[in-house]
Design a protein around this ligand. Sequence first.
Ligand SMILES: [Ca+2]
Ligand SMILES: [Ca+2]
Ligand SMILES: [Ca+2]
Length: 459
Amino acid sequence: MHRWKRAAALLAAVVTAGAGLAVTAPAAWADGGAPWPDADGDGWTAAVDCADDDRAVHPGQVEFPGNGWDDDCDGGSADAPPGKLYGWGRNSNGTAGTGHAGPDVRTPAVTVVPDGVVRAELGSNAGFALLADGRLLSWGGNNAGVLGSGTFDGPYRETPAPVVGLDGTGELSDVRRIAAHDFAAAAVRADGTVVTWGFNANGQLGDGTSGAPRNRPGLVLTAPGTPLTGVRDVEAAYGAAYALMADGTVTAWGAVRCLGAPSAPRPFAAPIAGLDNIRQIAGSGSVMLFLRKDGTVLSCGSSSAELGREYHTNGPTSEHRPNPVTGLGSGGAVVDIAGSGSTAAALQEDGSVYMWGRNLNGELTPIVPPGSSTRVPMPVPLPAGAPVIGLDHDSSANVLLTRADGSMLAWGANANGSAGTGTAGGVAAPTPIEVPGRVVRQAVTSSVNGLALTLPVAG
Ligand SMILES: [Ca+2]
Ligand SMILES: [Ca+2]
Ligand SMILES: [Ca+2]
């Protein structure tokens, strides 16, 4: 199916769900008969494609709030229809966001996070909500000061509150993107700088220090006294963080992978060679994944199966340098990626989900037996229904998919009810989850919690 036809089909599904998006038909020919180019091959010509170098951006695409991209080329709605947050999973520290610590929450429950959320994120035990006004709220466990509250005191907080400002007082402002991994967090601000806080054992705070954690945001530096600038997005990964630069290259700090050989932690931010035209970064334990705007995926970091390719066929240190994942299906360009500590996942244009790696926690049970591994990406059998449009698997023993009709699919270890399916024990196959009256547009999962950013069903 041509990309635009599939996009139209996807749009029809969205309209059926009531999201009510507007769309402009692709124009194959300009006035006067000269063809408009379609440089990225997504089926939408440059006449209507606001990013003709990016396969995942075009008219008819679903607008994902707060991801930093005008996905549907609608400058009017841009990037930020604000929504309401739902949470579930372990709640002994209030991480489910219900406003009070208590027993596990096994299905999505409305949170006490104020309306106006444009992006959600989870660390190991803490939740984050980026608001449309640029403030960042945090709640849950405060391990290593990951709440950014300016204190290490208090084992947890039940009521979401703003991350403090750079000087430890006031509120952090102008936040555009948020990423967390374990007990460390990183945020991109409107001026293109990055601030970090929390765990720092590997120098993942990027300010030249390592060891002591920090309970308030501080700037990531390229050298003493010189802040990193020009950042579009950030991914927090195992012992390190990776910044997607506005020019499509990648700069990283901490226990950085993909430098050509195993390397000592970097105390300051510096570029990674061999990466350009990148639109998304995902960490998978020792392996990093990079989605290019042309819809291909690069991997590097270690020889583990989650590399998604052979590691010795392109030079003796191929696993330490960015090289393409091989064996993905014929479902078109990859439009979303995610990784856990031991597995990786990719979503293709036609809604196919491919996974690979080591099945240590049940994430790969739909494709290989527990304890087995696959270096070759394999398609995850999905139940009938609306096409998958997004995925999350960040540092998690669960996989969480969003579908065009606003529902989710989940499976995995399901510790503390973190899959959100309402069941106990591991979930072996993708299982539908609905949030009544709401359309899910972003879903995030950790091994013990889940969050869903939802919009009202229009109509
Ligand atoms: Ca195009
Ligand atoms: Ca495009
Ligand atoms: Ca967007």
